[in-house]
Design a protein around this ligand. Structure first.
Ligand SMILES: Cc1cc2nc3c(=O)[nH]c(=O)nc-3n(C[C@H](O)[C@H](O)[C@H](O)COP(=O)(O)O)c2cc1C
Length: 379
């Protein structure tokens, strides 16, 4: 299928699936255990109904949004994704540049396959930095200092990784560190020659920010210890708040009490997120967790949401339920997988056009104007 025939993010996902070896496609497409949480994220968004109002003159549509003191042309940004160059070569930089052109935020992951310095340059003022708290405080502080030196105005600390998610597809695919060329992998590579050639040309992707530290890693457990820790707690967050001078977001919040605590500690916002359903299969979809959190902290801090956003209208559903801003991970990633830079642009066009159309259809005219009164079933 040609990119211009892709009508939806799901179409781009199907295209990506056809040209990426299964082990690499599953790395991005998969969720935790039964993947129930991942499926529910998208379903729960779809279930939220908004009632259109007509004859409101929507001749001008305004998709702009302001968050954390920054003005963006779109009310969503690119969520942090680790190791995305394994999905498609140069995916990180491609998306960072796209976000700059579209004037939306690009969140560089701690675990990105490109260094945070190079991504700050590619995003050129539109970059935010996502931090994983390491078991080694020196590693964490090193990243925070590098992010400050690179000029990121916003840091997003990810809280929802006291343990790595159990992703059954990755276990079945026998994804190992270091990567092994099993006979099964060789067959998948042969079946996807374009991906294999481009990947070979760009070299094996790694977790660039920790490249030196991870050279000695011989197992996934070693990698995990460098990246995350089960010991991250409120005292650590307090310490990070004191150390980081810019805006601070906490990502992966699902409980209103936790959000309130973030506000008390002086954080500037939370991202209501379940990591795209990659952490726990038993958790709630984010759009259902959002209202209680927004009720609790709205006005005191920014409320962002991600996980399951696949349509422009999902951004309006989130806004109606209390979000100030959204992130999307896989939607733009599938675009890159479907067609590199052009595919990423196609994904963004789809979301933008859906958003503009939905704003008109709803009779709202601007993202800012959407509120709880748009909900068909008042809360
Ligand atoms: C392949 C993959 C890697 C991810 N890596 C990170 C990461 O390094 N740091 C992080 O905070 N979140 C990470 N996430 C979660 C995303 O930031 C985001 O919360 C999630 O993708 C949102 O759900 P969606 O994909 O349905 O939009 C990752 C998600 C995916 C799919």
């Amino acid at each position: 299928m040609r990119l211009d025939r892709a009508a939806s993010i799901d179409d781009l996902r199907a295209m990506a699936k056809r040209r990426i070896p299964r082990f690499a496609f599953d790395l991005v497409d998969g969720g935790a255990e039964s993947e129930r949480n991942m499926r529910r994220n998208a379903e729960a968004f779809e279930e939220i109904e908004l009632t259109p109002r007509y004859m409101t003159d929507v001749g001008r549509i305004d998709t702009r949004a302001r968050v954390l003191g920054q003005d963006f042309d779109l009310p969503f940004g690119m969520a942090p994704i680790g190791m995305l160059n394994a999905f498609w070569p140069e995916a990180d930089v491609t998306l960072a540049r796209l976000c700059k052109r579209a004037n939306m935020p690009y969140v560089a992951s701690s675990a990105a396959s490109t260094t945070l310095e190079r991504l700050a340059e590619a995003a050129d003022g539109n970059g935010w930095f996502q931090l994983y708290v390491s078991a080694d405080q020196g590693v964490t502080d090193g990243l925070v200092d590098r992010a400050e030196a690179a000029g990121y105005p916003v840091m997003m600390v990810t809280a929802d990784v006291p343990a790595a998610g159990k992703r059954d597809r990755d276990i079945r695919n026998q994804l190992a560190v270091p990567f092994k060329f099993t006979p099964e992998v060789m067959v998948q590579l042969a079946m996807n020659p374009r991906w294999s050639l481009e990947s070979a040309a760009h070299g094996k992707p790694n977790i660039a920010n920790y490249a030196d530290l991870l050279k000695a890693a011989t197992s996934y457990a070693d990698v995990q210890k460098t990246l995350i820790t089960p010991s991250f707690d409120w005292e650590d967050l307090k310490r990070l708040r004191a150390r980081w001078k810019g805006k601070l977001l906490v990502k992966g919040i699902l409980h209103a009490e936790d959000a309130a605590k973030c506000a008390e500690l002086g954080c500037d916002g939370v991202v209501v997120s379940n990591h795209g359903g990659r952490q726990v299969a038993f958790g709630p979809p984010t759009i259902e967790a959002l209202p209680a959190i927004a009720d609790r902290v709205a006005g005191r801090m920014a409320v962002l949401v991600d996980s399951g956003i696949r349509r422009g209208a999902d951004l309006l559903r989130a806004k109606a339920l209390g979000a100030d801003f959204c992130l999307t991970g896989r939607a733009l990633a599938f675009g890159v997988g479907a067609g590199g830079a052009k595919g990423a642009e196609r994904a963004l066009d789809i979301l933008r056009l859906e958003l503009e159309r939905a704003l008109g259809q709803l009779g709202a005219g601007s993202f800012d104007a959407v509120g709880p009164e748009a909900l068909s079933r008042p809360r």
